[in-house]
Design a protein around this ligand. Structure first.
Ligand SMILES: *Cc1c(COP(=O)(O)O)cnc(C)c1O
Ligand SMILES: [Zn+2]
Length: 471
């Protein structure tokens, strides 16, 4: 029986991202592929028929209504900008209570002027990563369609988030597909603790991703990976909160790590819509940062010169690229496991975002990532390795003169420090052996900002001496 709660289908629907295809699907379609060309879908709105606030400051009125779950949520207080769900269908666990922090020490490290670098800390979400912004939107849509089971493939954080939403809401059974070996214990622990059915596939993330798509379609399981356009609607709100933190002023740059490119795509869509609605007067530039060991987006947009090309991307070149990757059996490899992805599912949406935001793409090494992570930590916010790619990328682009020191830059810290303590402890280096075992194989040679634990005997004199020498 169809339990879909219908909004008027002319107000919100799904539309192919390719302007020339223009394939559409109804709001309750859960295939998440264009019926005409199999490509990616957007959630589209007829803004003319929807109530749109006249300025972003309108949302400040929600701050005084924090006793209401939908006003408390950092996603749903912007419901007017993702109006695909009736209010009573919204499923929230208090996501989006995040912080935009001015970070002068980190600014100095990146080469930016004091006062010009802000860190958008998404580690404060219920499951410790930005994924919760998307999951609340996907679960809301899943509930609208009457789904009983939800699945994802994950490098860790999507599964942690899915598992949390399943257990907190008690409405759906969660099934997570993970690759073998690569997932950090912090994230695996969350999936297990929250009771998700956890399937560890012999293969990597890209393998797990292909399987979960096949299986979901076959068994009619609701898919919450970022091919799900409703998830990206939730992730748009990260940008709304950045603007909120800057008193609705648009920064010059948004810098974000690129894995499956869901965030990059969602941010692009957020700014496309805000511009269309006349809610911003300028569009920030977007910088997407790959890890050097998972640099598909950088290679495609760089040496292969693939662009959105106003809605006609050069798919021949991308297909050739992936074919060559398969021939050589090239696998992604980086300490930043959350972005260890060679086949980003949102590639074409991210190309669109790049064109709209006059964006750039670059890559950073694991060494640069871990050094930047230590600087973020020393600056007061803890993040996981993938998150620090944004700061490492900002530093690289500033060094290259792409970003000017006088520009205002926001780096997205996508996940919490405690997600992956193994990398952190190895970097700060109890001993060389751990360092070599955990980081050396990844090509990390030195821990420039290591904060080593001091080993000493259990004696008062030695302890006092150590404190006087080292502090
Ligand atoms: C998922 C994830 C990313 C990658 O984001 P995409 O939207 O897939 O590009 C980066 N950092 C962390 C911590 C993540 O969990
Ligand atoms: Zn299409």
């Amino acid at each position: 029986m169809l339990r879909t709660i219908h909004l008027r289908s002319d107000l919100a629907f799904q539309r192919c991202i390719l302007p020339e295809c223009n394939g559409t699907a109804s709001l309750d379609d859960t295939r998440f592929a264009c019926p005409k060309c199999e490509g990616l879908m957007d959630v589209a709105y007829d803004w003319n028929k929807l109530p749109v606030p006249s300025s972003m400051a309108f949302f400040e009125s929600k701050w005084s209504q924090r006793h209401l779950p939908r006003s408390f949520s950092g996603v749903w207080r912007f419901h007017d900008l993702l109006p695909f769900a009736p209010p009573e269908m919204v499923l929230t666990i208090g996501e989006g209570q995040t912080l935009l922090q001015r970070a002068d020490l980190v600014a100095q490290y990146t080469g930016l002027n004091s006062g010009n670098l802000f860190l958008q800390y998404e580690g404060m979400n219920p499951s410790g990563s930005f994924k919760d912004n998307g999951m609340t939107a996907a679960f809301t849509h899943a509930r609208m369609t009457g789904a009983k089971r939800a699945a994802c493939a994950s490098t860790g954080n999507t599964s942690a988030s899915l598992a949390a939403y399943c257990s907190a809401t008690g409405l759906m059974r969660g099934i997570v597909f993970i690759g073998s070996g690569k997932i950090s214990y912090g994230k695996l622990a969350q999936a297990l603790d929250h009771g998700a059915l956890t399937l560890q596939i012999a293969g990597d993330f890209d393998d797990a991703m292909q399987r979960v798509q096949q299986v979901s379609r076959k068994l009619g399981i609701y898919l919450v990976n970022s091919v799900n356009p409703f998830r990206l609607e939730g992730q748009k709100t990260i940008m709304y909160r950045v603007l909120e933190g800057l008193r609705w002023e648009v920064p010059d740059w948004i810098v974000v790590p690129g894995g499956n490119l869901g965030n990059s795509s969602a941010f692009g869509k957020a700014f496309m819509e805000l511009k269309e609605l006349g809610l911003i007067n300028k569009v920030p530039r977007l910088a997407v940062i790959n890890a050097a060991g998972a640099n598909t987006f950088n290679l495609l947009t760089g040496q292969n010169q693939v662009t959105w090309n106003q809605g006609k991307p050069d798919y021949k070149t991308t297909e050739k690229f992936f074919h060559a990757m398969d021939e050589k059996n090239l696998r992604a490899s980086t300490i930043a496991s959350a972005i260890e992805i060679n086949r980003p599912v949102n590639l074409s949406k991210a190309l669109r975002a790049l064109e709209f935001c006059n964006g750039v793409v670059t890559e950073v090494t694991d060494q640069e990532i871990l050094d930047a992570k230590a600087k973020v930590g020393a600056g007061g916010l803890g993040c996981e390795p993938a998150s620090a790619a944004s700061v490492a990328g900002a530093r690289k682009l500033t060094g290259q003169g792409v970003i000017a020191p006088s520009e205002r830059v926001v780096c997205i810290l996508t996940g919490h420090q405690l997600k992956d303590p193994t990398a952190t402890v190895a970097y700060h280096g109890a001993d060389q052996k751990t360092f070599d075992e955990v980081l050396g194989v990844r090509g990390v040679r030195r821990a420039g900002f290591a904060n080593r634990a001091v080993q000493l005997p259990n004696s008062l004199d030695d302890i006092i001496k150590a404190i006087e020498v080292f502090s």
